[in-house]
Write a protein that binds this ligand. Structure first.
Ligand code: FE
Length: 134
């Protein structure tokens, strides 16, 4: 993604556009409680967009039931639309997943997912917005 295509807003602007809960997850790298989100058990078809900027992030075709209580995917729709970052917070070594376009926090990716990728993209429902086909 071209630097020019990226969205840069001040935290004050994000605060006005997002609900306090969305802001805490997306901009402050929070995590919603397991089994609390709107999408963890959803089997509806569609494209999951970034709730902050609308970028296409994950397809329902790659969604699987991980049993964790968070929406889980085997891969992003386009590797170019996400950014991976090492996260050593809370005494763990994890890989954070961010929306590349707006820099918002989505969740983490782990190596214990099902085939064909073996990856588990574990994403907050509050970071996503399901766009259903008409
Ligand atoms: Fe975004």
């Amino acid at each position: 993604m071209d630097e020019k295509e990226k969205i840069t807003k001040t935290e004050e602007e994000w605060k006005k556009e997002l609900t306090p809960e969305e802001y805490r997850i997306l901009r402050e790298k929070g995590t919603e409680p397991a089994f609390s989100g709107e999408y963890y058990k959803s089997k509806e078809a569609g494209v999951y967009l970034c709730r902050a900027c609308g970028e296409k992030l994950f397809s329902s075709d790659t969604k699987f039931d991980s049993g964790t209580g968070w929406p889980s995917f085997t891969e992003p729709m386009n590797r170019e639309n996400i950014e991976l970052k090492e996260d050593i917070s809370f005494g763990m070594r994890r890989t954070e997943v961010l929306c590349k376009k707006c820099g918002s926090h989505l969740g983490h990716v782990f190596d214990d997912g099902p085939q064909p990728t073996g990856k588990r993209f574990c994403v907050n429902s509050l970071s996503l917005k399901l766009d259903k086909p008409n």
